[in-house]
Design a protein around this ligand. Structure first.
Ligand SMILES: NC(=O)c1ccc[n+]([C@@H]2O[C@H](COP(=O)([O-])OP(=O)(O)OC[C@H]3O[C@@H](n4cnc5c(N)ncnc54)[C@H](OP(=O)(O)O)[C@@H]3O)[C@@H](O)[C@H]2O)c1
Length: 269
């Protein structure tokens, strides 16, 4: 089945493209063998969808009204004969963001919809993510999540589930994806300190401070506000769950935070 990977150069898309080497990676700046795709340029949709039957869909980034961009995409996908759409959604439902639910409904209107709903990515501890910057620069994890727990997941495990969902017609519906355990930010700090041998602490802040951190990192105001409110949900226990979906859909247990930290210990702090 010919597949198009939107977001195929990103956190989950890159490992997914390695698992499905015959799939086509979509990018605003395509490299060799990739196809040009930009949510802001609907003229790129039809050429990218030519001959495609399955799409991995990472939504337009930092957008509370994704259907502004995605509505013409679904029209183009239907016209191209796309059947399967595998959406990278989110376990937590963003507060005050009905536009995100509209995107999920549009995916469900396709002939073979699959909605993946992962918990927080372990990759938030790496690279340019605000969490990672505070970790590297000050040895602190800043959150407004208090002692609330979340089921941290490695993006590689999401990619493994997505690879199965794109290629196995028997996979359908909605899947909550987590790692093997739910951990608070304080517990994550303990694991990171133990693995790296460097001091790491959790610095709890108010939701408003968290929003300012996201804004300073360049996120649009409404999205920064919604993302900061996610911490409130975590604090209230909304993400405190562990699902067996990764093992069920890939045949192997998801990676633990300790294993992830050991694999990335050189770049974490
Ligand atoms: N981080 C978490 O903890 C978490 C948890 C649950 C769900 N999620 C969801 O995961 C998704 C991905 O998050 P992420 O931060 O890891 O991002 P990411 O996958 O690294 O996203 C960047 C990708 O989006 C593509 N992209 C950016 N702007 C684009 C545009 N205008 N048109 C087409 N493609 C564009 C980029 O491709 P090019 O640059 O090559 O064009 C790149 O492949 C989000 O929807 C988020 O809600 C995240």
């Amino acid at each position: 089945m010919s597949a198009l990977l939107i977001g195929g150069t990103g956190t989950t898309g890159r490992p997914l493209s390695r698992l499905l080497p015959d799939a086509t990676v979509a990018s605003r700046n395509p490299g060799p063998g990739q196809v040009r795709f930009d949510w802001a340029e609907p003229s790129t949709f039809a050429p990218a969808l030519d001959g495609v039957r399955a799409v991995y869909l990472v939504p337009p980034p930092a957008e509370l009204e994704p259907m502004r961009f995605a509505a013409p995409f679904f029209a183009a996908a239907r016209a191209a004969g796309v059947r399967r759409v595998v959406l990278l959604g989110s376990l937590i439902v963003l507060p005050d963001a009905p536009g995100v639910a509209e995107l999920v409904a549009a995916v469900r209107s396709m002939p073979e919809p699959v909605v993946l709903r992962p918990s927080g990515f372990m990759q938030n501890l790496l690279g340019d993510h605000p969490l990672a910057v505070g970790l590297r620069e000050r040895g602190e994890l800043v959150s407004a999540a208090g002692d609330g727990k979340l089921g941290w997941i490695d993006a590689a495990d999401i990619a493994a589930v997505a690879a199965r969902a794109l290629t196995d017609p028997a996979v359908s519906g909605e899947h909550l994806l987590t790692g093997p355990e739910a951990l608070s930010y304080g517990e994550v700090a303990e694991v990171l300190a133990e693995v790296t041998g460097r001091p790491v602490r959790h610095r709890p802040v108010r939701t408003s401070e968290r929003r300012e951190v996201f804004r300073a990192a360049g996120m649009p105001e409404p999205f920064a506000t919604a993302l900061a409110a996610v911490d409130r949900g975590i604090r209230n226990g909304e993400e405190d769950l562990v699902s067996g979906a990764v093992a069920e859909l890939t045949g192997r247990a998801p990676r633990s935070l300790r294993e992830f930290a050991l694999a990335h210990s050189g770049t974490l702090v």
